[in-house]
Design a protein around this ligand. Structure first.
Ligand SMILES: [Zn+2]
Length: 203
């Protein structure tokens, strides 16, 4: 895995962040999941259990991750368009969601609720992502589930802002690019205006 790899965590939703592992860079669709290790790294960065006691055959985790991601993408798009959602793949992953709950003591008299996963196969490692997608499909207001308005951007996000006016994956990239383009097109309009005629000064 490329050590410089950094994942985008800007969607305000785990399932949408997972969709955003396929993005557009320099105008081209770019896959960021290339091997099992990339998937493990993404899961770990997303604070999900990424390891299993059982060895997983090379390539299986990546294949399952891409299958799940594209099923989530189709479901999100269908839900967004008001079409019927195909739940087959998501349900297959959800069936592997096994988590035992455990109250753990914290310093002082504090308690925290920990999910302990039976360490199993690649389907189980990915099942929390399927769970997040299922919650999104069931609970979310899909008016707030949107794709960035950037012309060369496919990133999804859940608009959790108070005013619900989020338009961009990030202000620093697409939001800023839009501002610059809007400024340019405004100044082009200004340039196209005929210059005011002035009387030629008599020498
Ligand atoms: Zn964007």
């Amino acid at each position: 895995m490329n050590e410089e790899k950094t994942w985008l965590w800007l969607a305000d939703n785990l399932a949408l962040d997972f969709l955003n592992t396929l993005l557009i860079r320099h105008g081209e669709f770019t896959e960021t999941l290339h091997e099992d290790e990339d998937v493990r790294h993404w899961l770990a960065e997303g604070s999900l259990v990424a390891e299993t006691d059982r060895p997983i055959k090379a390539g299986l985790l990546l294949r399952a991750a891409v299958e799940l991601r594209e099923a989530i993408r189709a479901a999100v798009q269908d839900r967004k368009q008001g079409r019927e959602v195909d739940t087959a793949v998501l349900n297959r992953f959800l069936q592997h969601r096994v988590a035992r709950l455990h109250l753990a003591k914290q310093r002082g008299h504090g308690l925290t609720l920990v999910e302990e996963h039976a360490t199993g196969d690649e389907m189980e490692l990915l099942s929390p992502v399927a769970h997040a997608a299922a919650r999104l499909l069931v609970d979310a207001d899909f008016n707030l589930v949107r794709q960035c308005e950037g012309s060369a951007c496919v990133l999804w996000f859940h608009d959790s802002t108070k005013a619900h006016r989020r338009r961009w994956c990030s202000m620093a990239t697409c939001g800023n690019r839009h501002k610059v383009e809007a400024f340019r097109s405004r100044s082009q309009i200004t340039e196209k205006k005929p210059l005011p005629k002035r009387p030629i000064p008599k020498l």
